[in-house]
Design a protein around this ligand. Structure first.
Ligand SMILES: Cc1cc2nc3c(=O)[nH]c(=O)nc-3n(C[C@H](O)[C@H](O)[C@H](O)COP(=O)(O)OP(=O)(O)OC[C@H]3O[C@@H](n4cnc5c(N)ncnc54)[C@H](O)[C@@H]3O)c2cc1C
Length: 294
């Protein structure tokens, strides 16, 4: 099985897709429909996020294992340090290795319940993603990804320290990073420039959420930590009460954004799919990233 970073080093830009673990049987059906539909488009890899609690974590592990066994997709499992001792983290990583998952996105995670609450590490656990990267690398031949924040992580004092800690994750063994949501190409490109200024040119993928509804726009504000810029508000605000027109304009906006980033040389575009396939399929089709047979 190849690694994510190998898939990112080809001559053409690629795309990848992210899912979250299903909450119930209906969710599971929806998730697998989306996985099957996107599988036909040959994404470079797919990933499954890691939840805050026991049962959602089991579902991440189960889903990732099923992807290995039943699909042609290259899976990447997310892992967090939340409420885990190092011994438990070793177990999860060992399980991933046992089912053939060789790609892990190592993120610290947020305090359960209140993402902005105080971070309390497990007494036998880890404090920063950097330590998780080291642990995963020490346990086997994994390709490891980390998260990056175009506007800086909400807990960071300033962009310079934020970038310094990001670069430390690469020095600890990370192979690539995926950026949190952002609105404009320059926001992402400035992060890439900050990394380069610190001597780091490892692959950095933009994370893109297709703006299909007012809810996805709000989610982008919430997760990015940035307000909607005037250039986008001008296009979407007049369409708030017209879902069809909003969706069409939103898809145009993320297609233009992704195209600009491809022109700027990103190795791939990572889509947050919300366990749906339609909008991602439309955008990657318009970007010309589909295989000829799709
Ligand atoms: C692509 C992507 C995927 C994600 N997937 C998941 C998921 O599956 N499950 C989930 O629960 N969450 C997920 N998250 C959210 C993520 O867990 C949170 O945003 C979390 O708050 C930050 O994680 P991190 O790995 O960037 O933390 P870290 O890199 O540990 O950084 C956390 C804070 O500490 C600072 N810092 C880092 N290292 C040091 C150091 N050595 N000394 C002092 N300060 C330091 C950083 O600047 C930052 O302010 C994801 C985020 C992204 C962008």
């Amino acid at each position: 099985m190849t690694s994510v970073v190998e898939r990112l080093s080809g001559p053409r830009p690629v795309f990848s897709v992210e899912f979250f673990p299903p909450r119930d049987a209906a969710d599971e059906q929806q998730l697998w429909l989306a996985i099957r539909q996107l599988e036909g488009l040959d994404p470079a890899f797919m990933s499954v996020t890691y939840g805050a609690g026991g049962s959602s974590r089991d579902r991440t592990i189960r889903t990732t294992g099923r992807v290995v066994q039943e699909t042609s997709l290259l899976p990447m499992a997310h892992l967090t340090a939340v409420d885990h001792s190092v011994a438990e983290l070793r177990n999860v990583i060992g399980w991933y290795a046992a089912v053939g998952v060789r790609n892990v996105l190592a993120v610290r995670g947020d305090p359960p319940g209140d993402p902005n609450g105080e971070w309390v590490k497990h007494p036998q656990g880890l404090t920063y993603a950097e330590e998780l990267v080291r642990l995963v690398r020490d346990l086997g031949d994994f390709c490891v990804g980390v998260s990056a924040f175009p506007y800086g992580h909400p807990r960071s004092q300033d962009l310079d320290t934020d970038t310094e800690y990001l670069v430390r994750k690469f020095r600890a063994g990370a192979d690539f990073a995926i950026a949190q949501l952002f609105f404009e190409a320059e926001d992402f490109l400035r992060l890439r420039d900050r990394m380069a200024a610190k001597g780091c040119d490892s692959p950095l993928l933009p994370g893109i959420l297709p703006l299909t509804t007012v809810r996805t726009l709000r989610k982008t504000v919430e997760l990015s930590g940035a307000q909607v810029p005037a250039s986008i508000a001008r296009r979407l605000d007049p369409l708030q009460d017209d879902p069809v027109a909003f969706r069409a304009e939103g898809i145009d906006i993320v297609t233009e954004l992704s195209q600009r980033l491809i022109d700027e040389g990103v190795p791939g575009v990572h889509f947050y799919t919300f366990n749906r396939s339609k909008a991602t399929t439309e955008v990657v089709g318009r970007l010309g990233l589909l295989p000829a047979r799709a």
